[in-house]
Design a protein around this ligand. Structure first.
Ligand code: SF4
Ligand code: F3S
Ligand code: FES
Length: 245
């Protein structure tokens, strides 16, 4: 049926609230009339406004920037605000991202996981200067280097790569493609005074780059199309060379 005529979408949502005593996971079905340009953000808002006020899900920017609306859409981790209903069949199954702490229904606490990973990998510039002199003008960066950093900084910490990685199900401390991408980002930053040995300390083990089994799910589902595979392989090669020195 054409979009103009409006399909009647069958939205199946896994509902469960761990905060409510006695709550048991159940799949509930909602019917929503498809409209032109409809995204899953609009669908979920419509369900909450007209059918299920208690439905929990997260959105902030609606533009693929904040990374808060990651969920499993017909079996695939994706951003709901960037998913148009037109690209999906009539029956749409929505479940929360696995791995992360469940807040309720489709809402998960990616922030807690990301914070733990960031603290562990120290994902901030370790400046060459001990004391930062704010009166000093920052040195100009080579444009190619700046472009490379900008490219890797496009990660919105949505958690889709984590949810799409089988390794994390087996090793809960694995830092995932998102963590390895962060290291790739700081490793090229000329303002960061950490050495390769320092980075090796952070990710040179089974919970870091040597834990990745090249399953490639991360790159397949990354909504920002980051070159995760390439970066992971690059870091691994570099660390192996360092280890064998
Ligand atoms: Fe999301 Fe991609 Fe960042 Fe992973 S690397 S958190 S999939 S934007
Ligand atoms: Fe996981 Fe991606 Fe490696 S899916 S195993 S981090 S290649
Ligand atoms: Fe911000 Fe979807 S609401 S990425």
């Amino acid at each position: 049926m054409s979009e103009e005529k409006g399909r009647l979408l069958k939205i199946k949502i896994l509902r469960y609230d761990p905060k409510v005593k006695g709550s048991i996971p159940e799949v509930k079905t909602y019917r929503v009339k498809e409209a032109p340009g409809m995204t899953l953000f609009i669908v979920l808002n419509e369900i909450r406004e007209k059918q299920e006020p208690s439905l929990q899900y997260d959105f902030v920017c609606r533009a693929g920037i904040c990374g808060s609306c990651g969920m499993i859409i017909n079996g695939r981790p994706s951003l709901a605000c960037r998913t148009s209903t037109k690209s999906l069949p009539v029956e749409i199954r929505l479940t929360p991202l696995p791995v992360f702490e469940l807040i309720g229904d489709l809402s998960v606490n990616t922030g807690k996981w990301m914070r733990r990973m960031s603290e562990r990998l120290e994902t901030w510039v370790h400046d060459k200067e001990k004391e930062i002199d704010f009166s000093k003008i920052e040195e100009k960066m080579d444009p190619d280097k700046a472009e490379e950093i900008y490219e890797l900084d496009r990660c919105v910490e949505c958690g889709c790569c984590v949810a799409g990685c089988g390794t994390i199900r087996m090793k809960e401390d694995f830092v995932g493609a998102v963590g390895l991408n962060k290291i790739a980002r700081f490793e090229v930053d000329p303002r960061d005074n950490r050495t390769h040995d320092d980075f090796y300390e952070l990710i040179g083990d089974e919970n870091g780059v040597f834990g990745c089994m090249s399953l490639m799910g991360c790159e397949d589902v990354c909504p920002k199309d980051l070159p995760l595979q390439h970066k992971i392989a690059y870091i691994r090669r570099k660390l192996v060379a360092l280890k064998n020195k």
